[in-house]
Write a protein that binds this ligand. Structure first.
Ligand code: SF4
Length: 269
């Protein structure tokens, strides 16, 4: 099944944070992966990381559903220590009292023009005057906080909650928890406010209006999604798009651009 469904039978196109990231970074790759399903195969190392990430998310969901974890944790002491450290830290940092409502794997969506924007929060904690989005990452805390702040996961998750709840942007936050055996959990927290909300609204509208135009050209005139002039000169993919046979695995370059695209591609598969 297509990751993005733009068939006439479905009036709304579903978009997640991974798709927004790729659309903003590289429209031709967005076309290739989401419209034409031409993603590169994932390496065994990435597959292993994805498997561990999925298992960890399931474990946390089980905990917040109040299901027992003992049988899983007893056979892996390192995992047990890491999970216990994370739960202790989360209980200390967040407003998890008996008045709070919480839900793991909480789904939120919003119709915006022709699109259905959607997100799944690893954990949502709400209190009378505060709503906290938590996300588990199974790698070490990144050095560049700004990059994470600008990631569409942060922008979209905060935006969706502000748009679909009664909480003011100032009452909403998002915290990433970084977990990697054998390190202690670390976190990065992002507070939201009205100014950021307005900024995200404008950025989102700009991106979606571009996508409207790209899809119209693609569907009606068979025109490919455009390249950005600003990245053509240092992009290892750029020339490959003009070859008849494109093998992106043969493109050898360690530029930031390439790794950013690959990162998004891996996450979105
Ligand atoms: S030049 Fe490269 S990064 Fe830029 S839009 Fe084209 S393929 Fe994407």
């Amino acid at each position: 099944m297509n990751n993005i469904d733009n068939s006439p039978n479905h009036s709304l196109i579903r978009l997640s944070q991974a798709q927004l990231n790729l659309l903003e970074l590289c429209p031709p790759q967005f076309q290739r992966i989401y419209l034409e399903q031409l993603g590169s195969p994932i390496s065994p190392e990435v597959q292993e990381n994805l498997l561990w990430g999925n298992q960890f998310h399931q474990l946390m969901q089980q905990y917040f559903l109040e299901l027992p974890l003992d049988s899983i944790l007893e056979v892996n002491q390192d995992l047990k220590n890491t999970v216990n450290s994370l739960l202790k830290a989360v209980n200390e940092k967040h407003n998890l009292n008996f008045h709070s409502w919480k839900e793991a794997e909480h789904y939120r969506s919003l119709e915006k023009d022709n699109y259905l924007l959607s997100a799944i929060y690893d954990l949502l904690i709400v209190n009378k005057n505060q709503a906290e989005i938590l996300d588990w990452k199974t790698y070490l805390q990144p050095q560049n906080k700004k990059k994470l702040e600008n990631d569409w996961q942060t922008r979209l998750y905060l935006y969706l909650l502000a748009e679909t709840s009664n909480y003011l942007p100032e009452q909403i936050s998002m915290t990433y928890w970084f977990v990697k055996i054998p390190y202690e959990p670390q976190y990065l927290r992002f507070e939201y406010n009205q100014q950021l909300h307005e900024q995200t609204t404008l950025e989102l509208e700009y991106l979606l209006s571009n996508l409207d135009n790209y899809l119209l050209d693609y569907n009606q005139n068979n025109i490919d999604f455009p390249h950005y002039k600003t990245c053509e000169t240092n992009c290892p993919y750029y020339q490959s798009f003009f070859s008849e046979t494109v093998d992106f695995n043969e493109v050898e370059d360690n530029s930031d651009l390439l790794s950013m695209i690959d990162e998004i591609e891996e996450i979105s598969i």
